[in-house]
Write a protein that binds this ligand. Structure first.
Ligand code: GTR
Length: 420
């Protein structure tokens, strides 16, 4: 009997381990059927951009909303914008700086966040990149005027963040991820927000924007409602409510950008809000650009285990059951069509499955073709540092999971071509 218990325990442990050992071997990628973006759930072929827009797009959105990212449970009661700091001579005189407080209210509760905006000085109506930062607006540049957030932060000792508190020590420490000077030189602005002000990145649904929408004694969203990624994506749209009414910004040229978990949020925001003129996914991986059915690197089970609050509760149905998913992430990308989309990977970022990100962009291409737009022309991955710059763009660069100068050089060049 004792041996039997021990034996069962060992088997159980092995199964648990097997479940979470990431596969990095291409020959072990399972065979799978990739859903066709141009065939509806009831098996009708989509032959025109109109039937894509009227039939297929809505059913795919509906699926991603209720089963993956979760629905937003309503609309906000009021939204207020207040410019609390500004300068017409920032970054050594080449840029304008604005810091805008956005206040969202619902059910008598409010939440506020700050948008940091840099605009090229000599352009009346500038295109911009909009993207979240991981550790506070003050980390994106050493500019001493950037206000430090008092919101909770993940610790990161390498950049001087301990006790979940943002301080002077981390000012400018992530400037390597934000090529602001290059953007300004190209005639582009940057709007950035600390994502922790929207919803702190921890397994807690009592804080952040979710709580504004609860009724009665509700403590967490319903199974088909938003997780943290849905919340971050939604607040990008609330930010667009402001940017779209700011005469200093060209509202037809707001490109939403995000790295990693924030790349997942940028993609979802780009899908749900067609006011975003273009979308950039930097190393977004599982639940972002990468195909889930490949089960390479991070899997659905793994991401839902480590970050049980990122997606809707319903998404957990697909833990180790990718075969049951009637969609895959190439269809998320396709939902951005015909707007410009850039997917980028890094060679050493195997966890995010670079090949899965590339194939996803490739398999989204037929939808772009329906609109007469060029996507990824061939199924072979380009070699490192050889970008494909079509309406759907892709590059894989050397190096690790990060946002680098090289990434921004490509994004800026491509944006200038797409939005001239
Ligand atoms: C990892 C997570 C990835 C990615 C990454 C990041 O731990 O597993 O999906 O989101 O974090 O955001 O840097």
């Amino acid at each position: 009997m004792r041996y039997y218990v021990l034996f069962t325990f060992v088997i159980l442990l092995q199964t648990m381990n097997a479940q979470f050992v990431a596969n990095y071997d291409e020959s072990k990628v399972p065979e799978f059927d990739l859903p066709d973006p141009l065939t509806t759930f009831s098996n009708n072929k989509i032959l025109t951009s109109t039937s894509w827009t009227e039939l297929r797009r809505p059913e795919l959105i509906n699926f991603f909303e209720s089963q993956v990212f979760g629905k937003v449970p309503g609309t906000i009661d009021t939204i207020d914008f207040e410019v609390i700091e500004e300068s017409n001579s920032a970054l050594g005189g080449v840029a304008k700086r604005r810091q805008i407080k956005v206040t969202l209210s619902k059910n008598g509760k409010t939440i506020s966040y700050l948008v940091l905006l840099y605009l090229p000085k000599n352009i009346a109506n500038a295109p911009i990149f909009l993207g979240y930062n991981f550790h506070g607006n003050h980390t994106v540049n050493s500019d001493p005027e950037i206000i430090i957030s008092d919101a909770w932060s993940l610790n990161n000792e390498a950049i001087g963040i301990t006790n979940h508190t943002l301080t002077e020590e981390s000012r400018g420490m992530r400037s390597n991820r934000w090529a602001i000077t290059k953007m300004i030189e190209a005639g582009y602005g940057l709007a950035t927000i600390y994502y922790g002000e929207i919803d702190p990145d921890k397994n807690d649904f009592a804080d952040g924007v979710h709580a504004l929408f609860y009724s009665g004694s509700q403590k967490r969203p319903a199974k088909d409602e938003w997780g943290a990624i849905g919340a971050w994506a939604w607040a990008l749209s609330r930010t667009m409510d402001y940017l779209g009414n700011n005469s200093e910004i060209d509202k037809t040229k707001v490109i939403v950008f995000g790295h990693s978990r924030l790349g997942k949020a940028a993609l979802w925001a780009g899908v749900m809000d067609e006011r975003f003129a273009g979308v950039i996914s930097n190393d977004s991986g599982c639940g972002g650009a990468a195909l889930s059915k490949r089960r390479f690197g991070e899997t659905i089970a793994q991401i839902n285990e480590t970050f049980p609050y990122w997606f809707s509760e319903n998404f957990k149905k697909y833990n180790n059951a990718e075969d049951k998913l009637p969609v895959d992430q190439h269809e998320l990308l396709a939902l951005i069509a015909p707007r410009p989309l850039y997917v980028a990977s890094a060679k050493e970022d195997e966890w995010a499955d670079p090949k899965g990100e590339f194939l996803s962009a490739y398999y989204a291409t037929p939808v772009y073709s329906l609109f007469g737009k060029a996507g990824i022309p061939a199924i072979e991955m380009p070699v490192v540092n050889s970008p494909i710059h079509n309406t759907v763009a892709y590059h894989i660069r050397t190096g690790k999971h990060d946002v680098t100068e090289y990434d921004w050089e490509q994004y800026i060049k491509w944006a200038v071509e797409q939005f001239h």
